[in-house]
Ligand binder design. Structure first.
Ligand code: NAD
Length: 296
């Protein structure tokens, strides 16, 4: 049974979480560290070397400056937030005393499994362990762990300090109490959680990719121009951006990888359209290559 992600009660179990560790200081990790620190947790950002850590912290500084500029944060809270984030390249030191650990290292199953196994050696049995994986199976990661009951997915969206959605993904062994704790933490971070059972593409990618692939098939069949297909969703369904423009922003190669994975796991309705394969082969990857469904 999937329970809903209703608002926290008067007794908020996430208040007990005071110390967090974030593994990986990249695009997602530094944003996750920022929102945890904004919510009052002391955060250690961990990475394999000093360079990505400094780069990650510089990004936090940039995001905090932007929030102040836009009047969304006072100088005092920006300073306090930044002060709560420290960095480490030592896994034992980084995890010491952590109440919650969020993993945000590259999307490689074996890397996540081995890193979380190491983390287990340095945290207590009660520590909540979460992965920010955007597509890997929570059960597949969890099967490496001694205690998979306190492990789940906390799938943030990019840019983390801005995006409201947080998918809490429960594995078959995730304990109810840990799911509730993750939902409460999401609310404490100012996010809107949804609770999703571990399944390919979770809720967000599965639906988003489905619309994107159908839009590409329509483009391929000449049903309408890219602009008009996008307009149909923007003006007809109030999507902030059309599915083809969004595909250009995500990258056609990235979307192709996800579609291939979903086809393998969920069947032919996720089969990548030929136009996407052809465009990727021709190096038309969207915004990053200067050309996709649009010219950039
Ligand atoms: P990234 O490449 O920007 O950052 C990954 C960081 O992990 C790098 O700083 C790297 O040095 C570090 N790292 C590599 N190996 C490590 C190790 N053994 N121990 C500690 N750190 C290590 O990646 P990202 O875009 O932040 O993605 C991280 C995770 O978040 C992935 O699972 C990805 O699927 C997921 N995700 C990404 C997005 C997105 O839009 N980028 C959105 C949602 C979820």
């Amino acid at each position: 049974m999937t329970d809903s992600a209703s608002a926290p009660s008067a007794h908020d179990p996430s208040e007990l979480l005071q110390k967090a560790t974030v593994l990986g200081a990249g695009t997602m990790g530094n944003g996750i560290a920022q929102v945890l620190a904004q919510a009052g947790l002391d955060v250690v950002l961990y990475d394999i070397a000093e360079e990505p850590l400094l780069h990650g912290l510089a990004n936090v500084d940039r995001m905090l400056a932007k929030a102040m500029e836009k009047g969304r944060m006072s100088e005092d809270s920006a300073k306090a937030t930044r002060k709560r984030i420290s960095m480490s390249t030592d896994i034992a030191e980084a995890c010491s005393g952590a109440h919650v650990v969020v993993e945000a290292v590259p999307e490689k199953l074996e890397l996540k499994r081995s890193l979380l196994l190491q983390v287990e050696e340095h945290v207590s049995q009660e520590t909540l362990l979460a992965s920010n994986t955007s597509s890997l199976s929570i059960d597949a990661i969890a099967s490496a762990l001694h205690n998979p009951s306190r492990f789940l997915g906390m799938h943030f969206f990019n840019p983390v300090p801005v995006m409201k959605l947080l998918e809490v993904v429960t594995g078959s062994k995730t304990a109810d109490a840990d799911r509730s704790l993750a939902v409460a933490l999401a609310h404490r971070l100012g996010k809107e959680p949804i609770v999703v059972t571990d399944s390919p593409g979770f809720a967000s990618s599965r639906l988003g990719v489905c619309i994107g692939l159908e839009a590409m098939r329509m483009f391929e069949e000449g049903v309408a121009s890219a602009e008009d297909i996008d307009k149909a969703m923007v003006l007809g369904y109030r999507h902030p951006m059309g599915p083809l423009r969004l595909t250009d922003l995500v990258g056609l190669d990235v979307r192709l990888g996800i579609a291939e994975y979903l086809e393998q796991e969920l069947g032919p309705r996720f089969a990548p359209p030929q136009v996407m394969r052809d465009m990727v082969a021709a190096g038309k990857l969207g915004q990053k290559s200067g050309e996709g469904f649009y010219s950039w």
